[in-house]
Design a protein around this ligand. Structure first.
Ligand SMILES: NC(=O)c1ccc[n+]([C@@H]2O[C@H](COP(=O)([O-])OP(=O)(O)OC[C@H]3O[C@@H](n4cnc5c(N)ncnc54)[C@H](O)[C@@H]3O)[C@@H](O)[C@H]2O)c1
Ligand SMILES: O=P(O)(O)OC[C@H](O)CO
Length: 333
């Protein structure tokens, strides 16, 4: 019998809601914390997250709360707030979270300003809680509907990792165990930036060859950063790297890819963001990853181009021309 009987989900967006649904199907008792009172009320009363995941009926056994004290009573917590809000959320949890409660990072991003991974943010804010990472090709709506999905579940402690796999896995939500949380996190964060690049290329009508080139050379950038941060290159060949990169770069269902496509068609970033309530993590992570790469002396030209377009006023066509003007080089990472 699993020691993780009660799972707390911190973050009531689409992904937190989908993870709550799948954890409940795995036999866990689930409490979901959401920041917005209307989300808490809709889940508690209508068993639906009408704001962020409309159209999916949740099991009535899933409890909703706006109180961190309540969610912190769980045996393990899934952390699913957007990356730029994880530090503040973890700081708010610190006084109420028992020491030793395992934390599973399910957000995908790098913190702006610090350049910290979510694991590094938690090491500073909740240093007495063991951490795992769950990442992979996972559109929330498909997971919530119970469609077949596979993810990477990475933990430095293999016993904790295996226990979490057993607690969260089902026939249709299949976690593959990894011992490389760093590589797992880097894949999930960088693929969002690359998905914006792929969207831009689609929106500009530059063709399928260009998208395949971006995916492949983007993977090389991802591997460079992961290795520099102490991750393993092979992790990036798995679900949390290549798997998520392929999903997010080829489907307009992706918020990051569709945002890029809108930019490629000539819309402004402010316009596109202004009409969305959902998060496109690649926007913030582009700036964070580009700054981190510069600090580490890493060549990440595609990420740098996306950062330049989003945050430095670069014209899309100029950024693309600069990428195409780079000298020929040997293939590899
Ligand atoms: N949606 C997916 O398919 C999916 C899949 C895998 C991973 N993720 C990751 O999960 C994380 C959460 O994304 P999502 O899709 O659930 O979000 P969402 O776009 O559905 O909802 C936005 C979320 O942002 C939160 N938010 C807004 N302002 C905030 C603030 N000031 N402080 C704290 N929270 C605030 C809202 O409460 C809400 O939970 C992201 O890192 C995302 O990359 C999402
Ligand atoms: O819609 P996106 O671009 O945030 O992608 C969602 C998931 O991360 C896909 O794995």
């Amino acid at each position: 019998m699993s020691r993780f009987r009660k799972i707390g989900v911190v973050g009531g967006g689409a992904w937190g809601t989908a993870l709550a649904a799948t954890a409940e199907r795995a036999g866990r008792r689930v409490t979901l914390w959401a920041r917005e009172p209307d989300v808490v009320a809709a889940i508690a009363e209508r068993h639906e997250n009408t704001s962020f995941l409309p159209g999916v009926s949740l099991n009535p056994s899933i409890a909703a709360t706006g109180d961190l004290v309540e969610v912190a009573r769980a045996d393990a917590l899934l952390l699913v707030v957007p990356a730029q809000y994880l530090r503040a959320t973890a700081q708010a949890l610190a006084p109420v979270l028992p020491e030793g409660t395992p934390l599973v990072i399910a957000a995908k991003g790098i913190e702006m300003g610090s350049g910290a991974t979510m694991g590094e943010v938690l090491a500073e804010t909740l240093p007495r809680n063991p951490v795992a990472v769950l990442s992979g090709p996972t559109f929330a709506i498909e997971v919530a509907r119970g469609l077949p999905t596979a993810v990477t579940l990475a933990a430095a402690d293999p016993v904790l990792g295996a226990e979490l796999v057993a607690a969260l896995g089902t026939q249709t939500f299949r976690p593959y165990l990894s011992d490389d949380p760093v590589g797992c996190e880097i894949g999930g964060a960088v693929k969002n930036v690359l998905a914006i690049a792929c969207g831009i290329v689609s929106g500009r009508g530059l063709g399928d060859n260009a998208r395949a080139a971006l995916i492949t050379r983007g993977l090389a950038e991802m591997v460079r950063l992961a290795v520099a941060k102490g991750g393993k290159p092979e992790t990036l060949m798995g679900l949390s790297g290549l798997g998520d990169l392929v999903l997010t770069c080829t489907a307009m269902q992706s918020r990051n890819c569709s945002l890029g496509a809108a930019l490629g068609q000539g819309r402004s970033l402010a316009d596109v963001l202004g009409e969305r309530r959902s998060v496109a993590e690649g926007v913030a992570s582009a700036a964070a990853v580009a700054a981190l790469a510069a600090r580490l002396g890493l060549d990440m030209p595609i990420v740098a181009a996306v950062d330049a377009i989003l945050h430095r006023g670069a014209a899309i066509d100029t950024a693309i021309s600069s990428l195409l003007a780079r000298p020929f080089k040997a293939e590899g990472f």
